[in-house]
Design a protein around this ligand. Structure first.
Ligand code: MG
Length: 252
């Protein structure tokens, strides 16, 4: 009887140690750690074709690109305006002529189906606030999204959930942006902040962004208003129904 009891105790001790080790290893892995729960794909999503409120500035209505110019050259926007109310990325980033500080931005986008492409080459574009802070556009449907996936603030923050639709379906971003603030000496006193809804689902919560993200447009003075920029990353991403409500000072 004693032999059986001591064998049982030994088995329990070994199992306990193994369980503790598995838990410890699991906590060390980014996919299992408490701070990085696996993201579930949200379904039943929609919020495209949202009508602009009466006080919104229309940046693209499906036909007219006069609110946009090419980034760098400031030449008229030459992205392809398609017959169905969309325009398609074509040879260069576009920026708005008007510049903004704090704002509410609505953008609809459609990612092409690119089954042979991988990772960052799969339907990549991006929406930059103040020309500096990118909300990533990418085919990330069904993925355990990272900070460089769709809905991520590029390399700063992954979305709280994966609210992506499949490539070929229209999606939307509704972004609330608060520009960074600087004191008279030029010292940053309040970082840029972003809240984002993707397809009507909250994916970024008042997120502080330390500085311009990768491939931001060059800007001399980050304290000044900046344009909205849409990125050309070499993929034929489409955009439509883009409008903005400035919440702070703007220039014309
Ligand atoms: Mg991008």
């Amino acid at each position: 009887m004693k032999v059986r009891e001591s064998r049982m105790r030994r088995v329990l001790a070994v199992s306990g140690a193994m369980a503790a080790m598995v838990l410890m290893m699991c906590a060390m892995l980014p996919c299992c750690g408490q701070n990085a729960p696996k993201l579930k794909q949200v379904s039943n999503l929609s919020s495209t074709n949202l009508k602009p409120p009466s006080d919104a500035i229309i940046l693209f209505d499906g036909k007219n690109t006069s609110a946009l110019v090419m980034q760098g050259s400031k030449a008229p926007c030459h992205w392809k305006v398609l017959g169905d109310g969309a325009m398609q990325v074509f040879r260069g980033n576009v920026i708005t002529k008007q510049e903004f500080m704090d704002c509410q931005l609505h953008v609809e986008f459609k990612i092409p189906y690119m089954p042979d492409a991988r990772g960052q080459g799969r339907g990549n574009s991006g929406v930059y606030l103040q020309g500096s802070y990118e909300v990533q556009v990418l085919d990330s449907y069904g993925l355990d999204s990272k900070d460089n996936d769709c809905g991520g603030i590029y390399k700063v923050s992954r979305p709280m959930v994966n609210a992506c639709l499949k490539p070929g379906e229209w999606q939307s971003y509704d972004i609330l942006f608060f520009a960074p603030r600087f004191d008279k000496s030029g010292k940053l006193v309040q970082k840029a902040r972003l809240s984002v809804l993707q397809n009507g689902v909250w994916i970024q919560q008042n997120l502080e962004v330390p500085g311009p993200t990768t491939a931001a447009m060059p800007r001399d003075d980050l304290s000044k208003p900046g344009p909205i920029m849409l990125q050309d990353h070499g993929n034929p991403v489409e955009y439509r129904n883009i409008w903005i409500r400035p919440l702070g000072p703007t220039t014309h």
